[in-house]
Write a protein that binds this ligand. Structure first.
Ligand code: GLU
Length: 328
């Protein structure tokens, strides 16, 4: 059960949304590009619902997301709504697998309990910032606690578990962003299980990509800096990692990630206002560099245009003029 499956040898890719909101055009871009990458190669495409963070996720979004993606013209071979050989495809139903991975990491002495509070972590924030989503780089305070100090503290506070990173360089070739070299320790020791027992995104995504036999991860550029952490977890768990490609983010004229304030452009809103799905797909292909001009195209028609070397390597600034073509 807990081994990487032997699959057909054909590529396997996935789209792994967190149901914390409706799919907006930024998410739709990475969904479309990862779907095109896999469909172009004749591989299998998987939909996975990343709902372990119950405070952020809502079941109604998890229900709506497959419909929005189907409306756009995407399909999948395995997923929460259709099942498949490597399910379940919803993270909240996979908790034992994450626990098993934690047990394996802890047997290899790669984890330690961390008792620091949010306040302690912010106090240590003089250090350079780590992953924007995960706060400052952890200075390693609890790594140095003795066994006795650990048990004393554990009596009064549930700890989170951190993965102890090693020193040295880590290099990987990103399919869009190119060669990346980082220091393993740059991001600090990171949380793999929160104090409330919930596995972290980094752990769950690695377990799922491994056990679902994923060979190609194409996702938004905001996750590029998570990739070294995920590669280190793959290594520590003795699994071979997928190839990673990080697609450009859509940003507004103010330089910030495209969001509600720029006109709230979810797939549901576009559909409700009468925009055709092929207009959305063609627009996404145009802004990302696959088409020379905006034109209405179904995702299926776009397979022939998929060429990873044409995808923009930098964030795409979406101007009001570009949006006008989409919404008119
Ligand atoms: N669930 C993550 C998100 O929606 C994406 C995970 C991934 O693609 O690795 O941001």
């Amino acid at each position: 059960m807990f081994v990487q499956p032997c699959t057909s040898g054909l590529p396997r890719g996935r789209f792994a949304p967190s149901p914390s909101g409706d799919i907006h055009i930024g998410n739709a871009l990475s969904a479309l590009l990862s779907w095109l990458q896999i469909r172009r190669s004749g591989g299998s495409y998987i939909l996975r619902m990343e709902d372990i963070d119950a405070a952020r996720c809502r079941p109604e979004y998890a229900r709506r997301i497959p419909g929005d993606l189907r409306w756009l013209g995407l399909d999948w071979d395995e997923g929460p709504d259709i099942g498949g050989p490597f399910g379940p495809y919803t993270q909240s139903e996979r908790m034992e697998l994450y626990e098993e991975a934690l047990t394996r990491l802890s047997a290899g002495e790669r984890l330690y309990p961390c008792f620091c509070s949010r306040h302690d972590l912010l106090q240590a924030a003089a250090a350079p910032h780590g992953l924007s989503a995960e706060g400052p780089v952890y200075p390693g305070t609890c790594r140095r606690l003795s066994a006795q100090e650990r048990s004393l503290r554990a009596a009064v506070k549930s700890p989170s578990l951190r993965f102890a990173v090693t020193q040295g360089e880590l290099t990987f070739a990103d399919g869009i962003a190119g060669k990346q070299t980082v220091q393993r320790a740059d991001g600090g020791d990171f949380v793999v299980r929160r104090a409330d027992g919930i596995p972290s995104y980094q752990l769950a995504v690695v377990v799922d990509d491994a056990l679902m036999g994923i060979t190609e991860v194409l996702r938004g550029f905001d996750l590029l800096d998570s990739t070294p952490r995920q590669l280190m977890l793959f290594e520590a768990l003795g699994w071979s990692p997928p190839r990673y490609s990080h697609s450009p983010l859509l940003i507004g004229p103010d330089g910030r990630r495209l969001a509600k304030r720029h006109g709230g452009i979810t797939l549901a809103e576009l559909r409700e206002s009468g925009v055709k799905a092929e207009r959305v797909a063609g627009w996404l292909a145009w802004v990302s560099g696959l088409l020379e001009e905006p034109e209405e195209r179904t995702p299926r028609e776009l397979i022939a245009f998929y060429d990873q070397s044409r995808i923009a390597r930098q964030s795409i600034t979406v101007t009001p003029g570009m949006l006008a073509w989409l919404t008119n």
